[in-house]
Design a protein around this ligand. Structure first.
Ligand code: BMA
Length: 380
């Protein structure tokens, strides 16, 4: 089965290179060869494959933490994810662990291991609020303005970017080659829960925040291993999606986050599917016209209570539209102080475990072995 899936992948990769119309080039012309190759290959593969990703996959899962080789994806699907999501929140405060207790040194090693295995890395940053000192979920008006040039928190913010720059610059393989990263700062900007969201800054302020971040990391720090991911939450029109788009010169991937909630399931339809279908259709049109790569930057159904959610709801969306990669959110298990379980990839005994296995075996869905076979860091 695996072999058939493998051969099919190699065939698709070859076939799709011939049909390729759009040339995908990174906004940073100094990007490393490996970063350029990854971007180019993701662009070529977007028609035929979806790289399956999972947040914090190697660090912990439901009922375990820091056990070498363990992965909740592997336990059910038989292979590791093709893409790993990691998170930098609290790095800016100089902490040794991120906001979800992942030690940054361990994270770096997981990233090196994943790169060595031919897999892909995506990094987000739930930065604390530099104005109020509270966490990222403090949408205080004026925060973005306070960190722009001339603002009272500008220097503080630059010192935060410095720490992020150090971390991203330290991601190198054994030979010293920088490891390419899909970097998605200021994600879910169309929501109303973070201090960089649309309800508390103007489109122009948001664009300045993006420009400041891009300019510091790319031009000042000369980090040439970043693929810049513009990542909204919900949106209902292309105009809304583009209202805060930083511009074609500083974004490579266009994406959004969308979560399934139980109250979206009615006997007639699943409104999550309906909404994501409409958004992916808009995203695909934009990706073509802007010559960018489309992705589903975060998704999931907490504790996945629907037995066929993977093949009946998520998979048809990924087959109908071009989606370069999809990232399922973290398997935290029981949250401290809460009764409910917080996880997005099923574990043994779950109602959707068998369906997830089927989903992962679909030729369209790539896990680590398919990513490795495709040699994503070599330009094809
Ligand atoms: C949220 C939850 C939180 C977590 C945050 C950042 O969706 O998983 O528990 O702290 O993401 O990773």
């Amino acid at each position: 089965m695996k072999f058939i899936k493998f051969s099919f992948i190699l065939f698709l990769f070859g076939a799709c290179s011939e049909n390729m119309k759009v040339e995908h080039n990174l906004v940073n012309k100094k990007a490393t060869i490996e970063t350029q190759a990854l971007y180019h290959n993701l662009g070529k593969l977007a028609d035929t494959a979806v790289l399956f990703g999972h947040q914090d996959d190697l660090a912990y899962g439901v009922g375990w933490a820091y056990e070498a080789g363990n992965s909740d994806v592997k336990k059910i699907a038989g292979d590791y994810p093709a893409l790993y999501g990691w998170e930098l929140g609290n790095l800016e405060l100089g902490h040794a662990k991120n906001l979800d207790s992942v030690p940054f040194e361990a994270m770096k090693q997981f990233i090196r291991d994943a790169y060595a295995a031919g897999s892909v890395i995506s990094i987000s940053w739930h930065a604390n609020n530099p104005l109020t000192g509270k966490n990222a979920w403090d949408p205080a008006a004026g925060t973005v303005a306070s960190i722009l040039e001339g603002g009272s928190k500008h220097e503080l913010f630059i010192s935060w970017l410095e720490k992020v720059g150090d971390f991203l610059g330290d991601l190198k393989d054994a030979k010293g080659t920088p490891i390419p990263v899909l970097f998605r700062p200021w994600h879910e900007l169309t929501g109303n829960w973070f201090w960089w969201c649309q309800n508390v800054c103007t489109p122009d302020e948001f664009k300045q925040l993006w420009a400041l971040t891009y300019d510091y990391l790319v031009n000042k720090r000369e980090l040439n291993n970043l693929i810049w991911v513009y990542n909204t939450a919900e949106f209902n029109s292309t105009e809304q999606f583009l209202e805060r788009y930083p511009g074609n010169g500083s974004a490579d991937v266009i994406s959004f986050d969308a979560y399934q909630h139980e109250n979206q399931l009615t006997s007639e339809e699943n409104t999550f599917v309906k909404q994501v279908d409409a958004r992916l259709a808009m995203l695909n049109i934009l990706a073509d016209s802007l010559q960018k790569i489309p992705a589903l930057a975060e998704t999931g159904f907490e504790a996945i209570p629907k037995a066929d959610w993977w093949t009946n709801d998520l998979l048809p969306l990924l087959k109908k539209h071009r989606v370069s990669y999809v990232l399922l959110w973290r398997n935290a298990g029981v949250m401290p102080g809460k009764e409910k379980m917080h996880y997005y990839v099923p574990v043994e005994g779950d109602v959707s475990a068998a369906d997830f296995k089927k989903f992962a075996a679909d030729p369209k869905i790539w896990l680590a072995n398919e990513a490795k076979a495709a040699q994503l860091y070599i330009k094809k």
